[in-house]
Design a protein around this ligand. Structure first.
Ligand code: 28G
Length: 632
């Protein structure tokens, strides 16, 4: 199809982007800043997905606050638009929604913001330089904060074609303009799995480091990396891989491991998606039906136990990638896929293919079914055991519990929670505000010991951690026994400020290094106490950070309505009733479940944790918070 500049639909200028950056990139924090890179990279990937480019380069410049993205595609068109009398490239970079992707011209998109990306990045960059090789020449145009700086220039003769975009995020918009090389690197690596065959080169100038990502086996390679990182033996040596072209392009790779937790990494148009989307639901139901059918047909159903869908999913590691023309997202972070037709499409593709694969690989299938039956048996056995578990504290061992622990009164462990709280005054409010039947409070004094790299013997010398271990009851190291954990959930509760975040990170380091099984079993949570109380008219809202506050004001404040904002100095000064409503009450509170991601993330997390820089630790907790699932 011949392209000409008149195909571009012109919608609006860039002022709205600078006015409300959050509307376009989600926020101006670290996630929003990195979003700029994803937008430009997505455009390069689009060009590759359409078959015109095969190599993408991303350079993080030595300053850490400028990036260049290149592709070897056709080059952004530079011809002059007949009515606007401006080069197409200038219109694309300075007009919101320019790009023709809304014109229904069949131009495939990799997702993201559907081509509004380049102009949004331009609007939020103090400087952006786009260089295009096309029609035998190099062409260049520069912008500052969305405003063109001089005309498009035709430079010297050049062979081949392609686009290069250099940009510096605007410090007037972003409080911090420093990119995190590990975040960029990781996203590019994942993209190279999702777009098989695409070669992505990442250069970190500051570290003089260059990495090339290219995976001809696509997500099958990704699955291998995830499974290897989990260090858990596999049940089926042969992974199941499915690749389907068509209206709902879909790729699945999965494998069962001996670990009890399961992993579902899902993507739509190459973008990571949150849990519970329709594609994930389709995968889960297709998977369960295929296995159930196989068990039924071969009469493998065990006597005396019923297999449920959790038993089938247990230990299963899945990578799921779908490509759609018009993905719709919902949920707080707009990352849960909502297209209903995708559920049946994924279910309908996975179920027959997996069932056929099981039938063609009988010994592999046998191992999988054996694992599933074992999971069902273990579940029934542990349920029987749990029913008879009585919290020991209620009777004999009470005397040995730490004096400052305010234990809960329930004799049954079910639904009990231990809150680890920083400081005596916060401990006091929590003690007053809690539900004493099920919620126990353990106040810790001062800074928690940094246990990274510490021998267990040293950990056990620390009085605060000793008390914590006694309260938990499950032991540590070789004597660890999950069955002796005295509570169902362990919740870290610290102030919503940087000191509080630091304490949370130190506690997470302790759990990650010395009680990792508690995290793996999904028993460790981080509470999100409010930082602000926002009263708008008669309504009260709670915000856990500044972004949250801005979002609430944008969403709920009508016109010039009066607003009262109170910033809490700490949990200690919060009224017990308020603490209950916002942080303790299981029905209304916000809680993050702590989880350990695969190696792709863990490497970075570990180096951040080990670094001596407090700000790196702070980044860790904030970044993790995005990934941790919201508790039910
Ligand atoms: C390096 C960083 C990011 C890109 C292209 C190539 C074309 C293009 C980009 O066209 C207008 C709208 C839809 C067709 C298309 C070149 C057709 C013919 C292109 C990028 C016209 C935009 N020749 N490469 N945009 N489209 N790479 N990399 O941004 O209808 S953006």
């Amino acid at each position: 199809m011949a392209y000409s500049a008149k195909d571009i639909t012109v919608l609006e200028g860039l002022a709205p982007v600078r006015k409300r950056p959050g509307m376009y990139i989600g926020g101006v924090g670290s996630a929003g800043l990195h979003h700029l890179v994803w937008e430009i990279v997505d455009n390069a990937i689009d060009e590759a997905m359409n078959g015109h480019a095969s190599k993408i380069g991303v350079t993080l410049h030595a300053s850490g606050s400028a990036v260049t993205v290149t592709d070897d595609g056709r080059g952004i068109p530079v011809d002059t638009h007949p009515t606007h009398k401006k080069p197409a490239i200038e219109i694309i970079f300075s007009t919101l929604h320019a790009g023709g992707k809304f014109g229904g011209d069949g131009y495939k998109t990799s997702g993201g913001l559907h081509g509004v990306g380049s102009s949004v990045v331009n609007a939020l960059s103090s400087r952006l330089v786009a260089t295009v090789k096309r029609d035998g020449h190099e062409h260049r145009i520069e912008f500052s904060r969305g405003v063109t700086q001089g005309k498009l220039k035709r430079l010297g003769a050049a062979r081949g074609s392609g686009t290069s975009v250099y940009f510096e995020p605007d410090p007037q918009i972003f409080p911090k303009v420093q990119f995190d090389a590990a975040i960029v690197r990781e996203r590019l690596e994942v993209a190279s799995y999702l777009h098989k065959g695409l070669e992505i080169t990442f250069i970190d100038e500051a570290k003089k480091d260059k990495q090339v990502f290219k995976h001809d086996a696509g997500i099958a390679d990704y699955l291998r990396v995830i499974v290897a990182a989990r260090k858990s033996p596999v049940t089926n040596e042969l992974p199941f891989v499915l690749s389907k072209e068509g209206e709902h392009r879909l790729e699945v790779a999965l494998q069962w491991t001996e670990s009890t937790d399961s992993v579902l990494r899902s993507f739509v148009n190459g973008i990571p998606t949150g849990s519970g989307g329709t594609h994930e639901n389709g995968l889960r139901s297709g998977l369960v039906k295929a296995v159930r059918n196989y068990i039924e047909v071969h009469q493998l159903s065990p006597r005396g136990v019923t297999i449920n869908s959790d038993d089938i999913h247990e230990g299963c590691v899945v990578v799921l990638s779908v490509f759609l023309a018009e993905p719709q997202f919902q949920g707080q972070t707009k990352d849960r896929l909502n297209n209903p037709e995708v559920q049946s499409a994924v279910d309908g593709a996975v179920r027959p293919a997996l069932e056929q694969w099981l039938n063609e690989n009988r010994s592999v299938a046998e191992a999988i079914v054996g694992r599933i039956i074992a999971a069902a048996r273990a579940r029934e056995a542990s349920r029987a055991a749990a029913a008879s578990v009585v919290r020991k504290s209620a009777t004999s061992s009470r005397l040995t519990l730490p004096g400052k622990l305010s234990d809960c009164s329930s004799v049954n462990r079910e639904n009990t929670e231990l809150f680890i709280v920083e400081g005596d005054s916060a401990g006091g409010s929590a003690k007053q505000g809690r539900d004493r039947a099920t919620q126990a409070i353990l106040p810790l004094r001062g800074k928690v010991l940094n246990t990274e790299g510490l021998a267990p013997s040293k950990v056990l010398e620390n009085k605060e951690l000793q008390d914590l271990l006694t309260a938990l009851g499950c032991g540590m190291g070789p004597s660890f026994d999950l069955a002796r954990l005295r509570y169902q959930r362990v919740i870290l509760l610290a102030d919503a400020d940087s000191d509080g975040h630091h304490i949370t990170v130190l506690l997470l380091t302790f759990f990650y290094r010395h009680l990792p099984e508690l995290i793996r079993q999904g028993r460790v949570f981080v509470a999100l106490p409010p930082l602000y109380k926002i009263e708008i008219g008669k309504e009260t809202h709670w915000a856990s950070d500044d972004d949250d506050k801005e979002r609430i004001l944008r969403t709920w404040r009508k016109g010039n309505q009066r607003v009262d904002i109170t910033r809490f100095k700490g949990l200690g000064e919060m009224m017990a009733g308020v603490l209950w409503d916002t942080t303790l009450n299981p029905r209304t509170r916000r809680l993050l479940k702590v989880s350990i991601a695969d190696s792709l993330t863990t490497d970075r997390v570990m180096s951040d944790l080990m670094g001596k820089e407090p700000s790196a630790r702070f980044d860790f907790i904030m970044a993790r918070a995005d990934q941790a699932e919201l508790d039910v």
